[in-house]
Design a protein around this ligand. Structure first.
Ligand code: AMP
Length: 501
């Protein structure tokens, strides 16, 4: 079935097939019910004045309301899901930057997002779910009809961390997302018999595209817990006959940590494979997972600008290679040098990609667009090499990013927050190696006047979502520089020995 937008994607399965399972209440939602709920909410949004291209911000925890809201928003306008962990100042930025026309919230909480929206005169609606798993926009104005979205309409807008403190806006079209879902369904041979467990948040492409939309395209079933819980993980897999799930390495490690040396729990034999993406999976963790879970563990490579998946290790009998993120999955993958020459297998350079899942450009950002594309190839900012069979190994990053358990953080954003403190003269954030998170945020500061580290940490916590807050601030006399006077963030991580507490 050749699907080119997210509303037709919902028609891939028969009406009565199970689309979503809410494990906490053991409620199953059929495809017919999902389609009706999505259209009802899309019509409510249209009644509230939302037209194609209008941004619908949402601040919702994982669950059916989030899925219905995301699909409805992308059909009536453009979905702009935000991380509920953001603080007030971050919500102000994202609501302004997306030009949000409406904010959708859970019935309780999201206070800082509400405050930011209220101050901007942005209407706020609560999204409620009753005990039968029926989702509605509370107090919605009279509904209006909604047209089928064109493939080139922007379905989803997300942000990626830029090399400046200011995140870049990534517009993903219906057809970008649909192509990516087709690629993922093909990579893992997903069918209506598959049951996926959604372990990733639904404000990122990993959870949205890999777990959710690809499952719907294949006509399979998605199990959506409110929050990933390593304690109930195997019970959920067993109770709902889960066949696969995708997560970041940090989550895989949390699952392993709960298992000790026990083999795969009984009753979970339907599991076909486990996917890992969004941060590097160490070969040791992969090997341990495979020996305990007794299924293939497939590492993939994804990126928001590519509507998520670019490469993956394949299912058996084709080989999977530990330490490699696999081959391009319907996506052109090549290695380029600084001058735009394509390099040979074994040669290290910048990973570049090409395909109809990839954005044509960032929104309203000519500087980033000028440096991100070379001869029609998108420069990922990742460094790596291909082997003679087209398997990609990532060796490093050219872009300045901290990858904390798959969550990307721009170090400049942390610098800028700390530089706002009157006692701080210089601030340089960087990623410190961390056993579970991969990298953790740390920062070196030079002070104008004495300040305890705790005051500076508290200052960050008021302005930054917890995951972005430095866990350690090193107070130093001078920031170490290279012989040419440059600051190398990566060198700082090795200059300050020991891991952040
Ligand atoms: P995001 O846009 O949040 O999905 O982040 C994309 C970035 O995550 C990529 O450019 C890589 O730096 C990183 N990434 C994704 N998958 C992997 C992987 N399997 N191994 C290492 N880094 C990865």
């Amino acid at each position: 079935m050749n699907v080119r937008n997210l509303s037709s994607l919902l028609h891939a399965a028969p009406a009565q097939s199970p689309a979503v399972i809410i494990p906490e209440s053991n409620t199953t939602i059929s495809y017919e019910s999902l389609r009706q709920q999505v259209m009802r909410l899309a019509e409510s949004l249209a009644g509230a004045g939302i037209r194609p291209g209008d941004r619908v911000a949402s601040v919702l925890p994982n669950g059916l309301p989030t899925i219905v809201t995301f699909l409805a928003a992308s059909i009536a306008g453009t979905a702009a899901p935000l991380n509920p962990a953001y603080r007030y100042e971050e919500f102000c930025f994202y609501l302004d930057d997306t030009n949000a026309r409406v904010l959708l919230c859970p019935p309780e909480g999201a206070d800082e997002a509400r405050r930011a929206a209220q101050e901007r005169g942005i209407p706020i609606f609560n999204v409620e779910m009753d005990e039968h798993g029926s989702v509605r926009m509370a107090g919605a104005p009279k509904s209006a009809s909604v047209a089928e979205p064109a493939p080139e309409n922007i379905a989803l807008v997300l942000h990626t961390s830029g090399s400046t403190g200011r995140p870049k806006r990534v517009p993903l079209k219906h057809q970008n997302l649909a192509v990516s879902c087709h690629n993922i369904v093909n990579t893992y041979a997903l069918t209506p018999d598959d049951v996926a467990l959604c372990a990733m948040p639904l404000f990122h492409v990993h959870g949205l595209v890999a777990s959710t939309l690809s499952t719907f395209l294949s006509g399979g079933t998605l199990v959506v817990p409110g929050k990933f819980n390593p304690l109930s993980h195997w019970r959920t897999v067993r109770d709902h006959r889960v066949t696969w799930y995708s997560a970041v390495p940090t989550i895989h490690q949390l699952v392993l940590a709960r298992m000790g040396d026990n083999k795969k729990p009984e009753g979970t034999d339907r599991l076909r494979f486990v996917r890992s993406c969004s941060a590097a999976l160490s070969p040791q963790v992969m090997e341990k997972m495979e020996s305990l879970f007794d299924v293939p563990v497939l590492e993939a490579y994804g990126m928001t600008e590519a509507s998520h998946q670019m490469a993956s290790n394949p299912l058996p009998p084709r080989p999977r290679k530990p330490g490699s993120v696999g081959q391009g999955t319907g996506v052109g993958v090549s290695i380029m040098d600084d001058k735009g020459n394509h390099l040979k297998p074994g040669q290290t350079g910048e990973v570049v990609i090409q395909g109809p899942n990839v954005i044509e450009g960032y929104e309203n950002n000519p500087e980033a667009n000028a440096t991100s594309f070379t001869n029609g190839w998108f420069r990922t900012g990742d460094q790596g090499f291909l082997d003679e069979h087209g398997y990609l190994t990532l060796t490093g990053r050219i872009k300045e990013l901290i990858n904390r358990g798959g969550e990307k953080i721009a170090p400049r954003e942390i610098d800028e927050v700390l530089l706002g403190h009157p006692a701080v003269a210089e601030a340089v954030a960087f990623g410190m190696p961390h056993n579970t998170w991969g990298e953790e945020v740390a920062c070196a500061v030079v002070l104008r006047e004495t300040q305890p580290e705790s005051t500076l940490l508290a200052y960050c916590r008021e302005r930054l979502a917890d995951f972005k807050c430095p866990k350690k601030i090193f107070i130093v006399e001078t920031i170490p520089r290279t012989a040419t006077g440059k600051i190398q963030r990566r060198a700082l991580a090795s200059a300050f020995s020991g891991e952040p507490k």
